[in-house]
Design a protein around this ligand. Sequence first.
Ligand SMILES: C[S@@+](CC[C@H](N)C(=O)[O-])C[C@H]1O[C@@H](n2cnc3c(N)ncnc32)[C@H](O)[C@@H]1O
Length: 374
Amino acid sequence: MLDAVKSPRDVIEEVQSFREELCNTVNVVAKEMALRDRMNSQKVESLCAQIEAWVRNYASLLLRINASRVNHEASVSDHAELIDLRREWGVANARCNLFRVELNQWSLMRDMVHAQVAARKKRVPLYEKRQSAMDKAQVGASDDVFDWLHAILNQERQSTDAYDSGCFPDIALPNSEFHKHLHAAYRVLLAKEQTAEMRFLDVGCGGGLKVLAALRYFKDADGLDFQQSYIDTARGLLERANAHSANAFQADALTFDGYSDYEVIYFYRPIRDQDKIIEMERRIVDLAAPGTLLIAPYSGFDCRYEDLGCGRVAGAVYMAKTSQKKADYWRRRAEQTGVAVVHAEEERVPTIWTPLLTASRQSGYDIERYVQPV
Ligand SMILES: C[S@@+](CC[C@H](N)C(=O)[O-])C[C@H]1O[C@@H](n2cnc3c(N)ncnc32)[C@H](O)[C@@H]1O
């Protein structure tokens, strides 16, 4: 690579063709990543070793380019010619440096790829079985803080109309519980390769905090509530958070007819009355599209889901109009995904690594942004 650098133009051409070769190799690795457990791990390892060597060689290439530049400039005696030459080398150097910035990200990409190779035959359960005492204490404290926030954000009292209609007031499911269920549902959608369509609905959203939280996982999040003053509060919250892909609207869960618009429907026992809650569950299941993920974290639904024609994926995550066999299949597939909850990023300028990042994120893997201090 670039053994005979003669001019800045040579440098630009060589760097360009090197970049293209690297892009082609990265694309091959990305295609393998997309195969998940069926990837050819040996091929991936050997291509990664090749990329590793290229990245290392690039540092010595830069030294050689610099030496060429010094020699080139020393060979010119005319001042005007020297100025022109420096300008040309300036352009070449800028290209080289931009490419170096891209290449510097390789170590992050390499770790991300290695994690997928190592995990390709393993399964990570959708819910963790054990939690350490320290984790429990920290998560409990964090849940308390969220409960305070929940109370501060929605100071509306339950209306008489809502009470008389059998509604529960805005009582929050603990934040950490909510995230456990969202995370499990998110991984099922990853397994189903349904990442482009991720619409979430909170049936009985109260002040809207769960709708906002769901945006961390899903592209769109809506909430409906019986009580208009809760909806006004939820709208205020979503507006202040600039949550453009979230929406809150007044509706009665017992008559709402838009359940088929969502891939994930969450209902945390909104209704006190036993007959009415069963009526609501039936309506949701009847109107939801087959395979819709239902998050129902309360006792009662766990006894009724089979009669309603749902399969239980795991924990409080169920699948509408789905046999248990099929739900088990999706649980197993979801357990093969990574556990990263990918940030919905704004469009960025694509880099050589974009195909690798895209394929990895679609499988629940991402680069490690935060390195724990030791
Ligand atoms: C237990 S809270 C759940 C709050 C929030 N979803 C959470 O998980 O933190 C129940 C919410 O459901 C709403 N709700 C009750 N009955 C409803 C109905 N028939 N239609 C729509 N919302 C209802 C209540 O107003 C209340 O805000």
